[in-house]
Design a protein around this ligand. Structure first.
Ligand code: HEC
Ligand code: HEC
Length: 212
């Protein structure tokens, strides 16, 4: 028993620095995300509220509490051009890979993004049902099967949290996927999902999700 304990402790001592590296250092990430100017647009609290009053409201996505795997993938996609955005391509290319990990760890460690809407708003019943059940008649999978209840995240860490995100940003992403301007989802899952949606549904999903 005693020996077992000691070897467990040893194991933890050897593994924990490795795990810490793989997960990034959130405290260092706070300083780096300030130095690298990420906070100027995404906010020190990761809620993307910066730029109010100059037409930027809701343009900068919330990163607070976002899955670290997802954040890193997006930064690498901006860098490689797999996701097209001029501002973020410049930003992502200027940061060293090891700093990206710490910065992603910082934003991911913040209290998770949320909206301030009424979760049971009766006017949203129809879009809530589509979100939860999909529509087999047009091969639309339930959003919830990947994004989790109310967009708060499912089992797969590569699928982003979308509940509580800015409405303007959500709408832009869904429109871009439908127009094939954003094409970076694994297995084209989002291209297929967005292709099936009408303008009204895109607006309704963005409204519903932003309130969660
Ligand atoms: C000048 C403003 C600006 C700065 C500075 C900036 N960003 Fe962004 N960022 C944006 C905009 C705008 C988008 C949304 C792009 C789009 O509409 O597709 C974005 C998107 C992102 C996304 C994707 C979020 C998602 O939900 O898919 C991540 C991750 C991100 N930024 C991280 C960073 C990091 C890390 C830094 C610092 C190295 C940074 N940003 C600096 C403006 C900025
Ligand atoms: C089969 C799984 C799956 C289904 C079903 C699905 N999504 Fe997604 N969604 C993803 C993945 C994975 C991503 C991230 C893609 C990437 O890596 O860029 C994503 C990204 C998004 C984003 C962009 C978030 C951001 O921060 O940029 C939005 C918005 C979104 N999905 C909304 C929806 C809606 C609305 C539905 C239902 C109509 C839906 N998704 C159905 C897997 C799915």
């Amino acid at each position: 028993m005693h020996f077992f304990h000691v070897s467990l402790l040893l194991c933890a001592a050897i593994l924990s620095p490795l795990l810490a590296f793989a997960q990034g250092d959130a405290r260092a990430g706070f300083v780096k995300s300030d130095d690298e100017r990420c906070q100027e647009c995404h906010g020190p609290d990761g809620n993307g509220d910066m730029g109010d009053g100059v037409g930027n409201v809701g343009k900068f996505p919330k990163l607070a509490g976002q899955r670290i795997e997802y954040l890193l993938k997006q930064l690498r996609d901006f860098r490689s051009g797999a996701r097209d955005n001029d501002q973020m391509a410049v930003m992502a290319k200027s940061v060293a890979e090891s700093d990206l990990l710490d910065i992603a760890a910082y934003f991911s460690s913040l209290p998770v993004m949320h909206g301030d809407g009424d979760h049971k708003d009766a006017r949203q019943q129809k879009i809530r049902t589509l979100y939860a059940q999909g529509d087999p008649s047009r091969n639309l999978l339930p959003c919830q099967s990947c994004h989790g209840e109310a967009g708060k995240g499912g089992a797969d860490p590569n699928v982003p949290i979308i509940g509580g995100q800015h409405i303007r940003y959500l709408q832009k992403q869904l429109l871009e996927w439908r127009a094939a301007a954003r094409k970076n989802s694994p297995g084209d899952v989002m291209s297929q999902a967005a292709a099936a949606l009408t303008d009204e549904e895109i607006s309704a999903f963005s409204d519903y999700l932003s309130r969660q």
